[in-house]
Design a protein around this ligand. Structure first.
Ligand SMILES: Cc1ncc(COP(=O)(O)O)c(C=O)c1O
Length: 366
C-alpha cells in the first residue's frame, strides 16, 4: 500500500526519546517541553508557546483563554475539521460559518465581513492542506471591529501569508502535531501568543487551573491537556528537520502537478502570489461526473491510499442535532466534500510512485 502519509523519523527522535527514558522525565515536565515551546514559538515569530495534548485541545484552550461569553459568536469556515466547531460549542459560543474559496479551499473572506454582528467576538481562519488563508482582509476586519483572531495553523507549519509565517497572526494561534503533520510529536498541539496574559491563562487551563500558591484551590475549571516530555522530544527532533521537510513537500507537489496538469476538468492545488503553500497534503478536485468515493475505491484497488476532503460543518449530524446551521447551504464546501480527495503525500514517496498514482488518476478519468 502506498500510504497517504506516514511519519518520517530519521533525525534525533530516538536519541531524544531515549534521553527521556534514561533520565526518568517521561511525564509533562522536562527539558524537551521547554525547548519545544521555545523553539516552535521562535520559528513562528511568537513570544510564547504552550504545548498541549492535541490540535483539538489547542483550539479549546485558545477559545477558553479569550473568555468569550456564552452566546457570543465565532466565525469559521464550513470547510474544516469538527475540532473548530467543538472548541466554540464546548465554551458556550456559537459557531457561525462561511463558505470557502473555490481555488484555495480556505475561508471566503468576503463572506466573513457579511457575517459580522454585534455578537461576533472572534474569527477563526483555518489554513487548508498547506495553503494559507488570505490574512490581510481578516486582520483588517478584526482590527476595524475589535474582534479576536484564533488562527488554526494545524495544516500549515511553515506556510506564509504575505511573507508572514502562519501561526504568527492575531491574538492566539493553534497547531496540531499529529503523526501526519509536517512537524509531529505523535500526538500533540500548541497554542502560540504574544500576550503574557493569554500565555498564563493557557498554562493554567492545560493543567487543571492549579494555583501556584495554593495548589488545590481552584478559581476556574481547567483541563488536563498536558503534553509529555517524550512527545516533545520527538517534536524537537522534527523541528530540526522542518526546512528540509518543506522542500520535500514542495517537490512532491511539483511532481504531481507536472504529471496531472493536463487532465481535463481536474482541479489541482494552487499557490496564490501572496502565499507560500507547504503542500501538507496534495489535494485534487475531480470533475463533476465522478465522486471522490468512486475514485478512492479505484485507487485502493491499486494499493493507493487516499482521504476524502472534509464534510462541511453544516452537514454534520452531531452539529445539526444541536439546532445549528438549519437551512444553511455552502455550495463550494459541498462540492469539495463530494469531489475532493488528497493523494499520498508522505516524504518517502518516490517519483515512480507519483507517476504510477497519476497514471491511475488519468485512467479513472478517461
Ligand atoms: C485544521 C485542523 N485543525 C485542527 C486539527 C485537530 O488536530 P488534532 O488531530 O491534533 O486534534 C486538525 C487535524 O488534523 C486539522 O486538520
Amino acid at each position: 500500500m502506498i500510504p497517504v502519509c506516514e511519519p518520517f523519523l530519521n533525525g534525533n527522535e530516538k536519541k531524544y526519546v531515549n534521553d527521556c527514558i534514561e533520565s526518568g522525565w517521561i511525564s509533562s515536565s522536562g527539558k524537551y517541553i521547554d525547548i519545544f515551546e521555545l523553539v516552535w514559538a521562535c520559528y513562528c515569530h511568537r513570544s510564547h508557546g504552550v504545548a498541549v495534548s492535541s490540535g483539538t485541545t489547542a483550539l479549546d484552550t485558545a477559545v477558553w483563554c479569550l473568555g468569550i461569553k456564552p452566546g457570543d459568536e465565532i466565525i469559521m469556515p464550513s470547510f474544516t475539521i469538527i475540532s473548530c466547531a467543538t472548541a466554540a460549542i464546548r465554551n458556550g459560543n456559537t459557531p457561525v460559518l462561511v463558505d470557502c474559496d473555490p481555488e484555495t479551499w480556505t475561508m471566503n473572506v468576503e463572506q466573513v465581513a457579511e457575517k459580522i454582528t454585534r455578537k461576533t467576538k472572534a474569527i477563526m481562519p483555518v489554513h487548508i492542506y498547506g495553503h494559507p488563508v488570505d490574512m490581510k482582509p481578516i486582520t483588517d476586519l478584526a482590527e476595524d471591529h475589535h474582534i479576536a483572531i484564533i488562527e488554526d495553523a494545524a495544516e500549515a507549519h511553515g506556510a506564509e501569508s504575505y511573507g508572514k509565517r502562519c501561526g504568527s497572526f492575531g491574538d492566539i494561534s493553534c497547531f496540531s502535531f499529529y503523526a501526519n503533520k509536517i512537524v509531529t510529536a505523535g500526538e500533540g498541539g500548541m497554542v502560540l501568543t504574544d500576550s503574557d496574559t493569554l500565555d498564563n491563562l493557557a498554562r493554567s487551563y492545560r493543567n487543571l487551573c492549579f494555583q501556584p500558591k495554593q495548589r488545590f484551590l481552584h478559581e476556574h475549571l481547567g483541563m488536563n491537556y498536558r503534553m509529555t516530555n517524550i512527545q516533545a522530544a520527538i517534536g524537537v527532533a522534527q523541528i530540526e528537520q522542518i526546512d528540509n521537510t518543506i522542500v520535500e513537500k514542495r517537490l512532491i507537489a511539483h511532481e504531481y502537478t507536472k504529471q496531472l496538469y493536463d487532465i481535463p476538468g481536474l482541479q489541482l492545488p494552487v499557490e496564490k502570489p501572496w502565499a507560500k503553500n507547504v503542500y501538507w497534503m496534495y489535494g485534487i478536485v475531480l470533475p463533476d461526473r465522478i465522486e471522490n468515493t468512486e475514485c478512492a475505491k479505484f485507487l485502493k484497488h491499486y494499493d493507493i491510499e487516499t482521504r476524502p476532503f472534509f464534510l462541511g460543518m453544516h452537514e454534520q449530524p452531531a452539529l445539526r442535532n444541536l439546532g445549528l446551521f438549519k437551512g444553511e447551504v455552502y455550495p463550494v464546501t459541498e462540492h469539495l466534500a463530494r469531489h475532493g480527495l488528497y493523494l499520498p503525500s508522505g516524504l518517502s514517496l518516490r517519483t515512480e510512485e507519483i507517476k504510477f498514482i497519476s497514471d491511475k488518476i488519468r485512467e479513472v478519468l478517461s
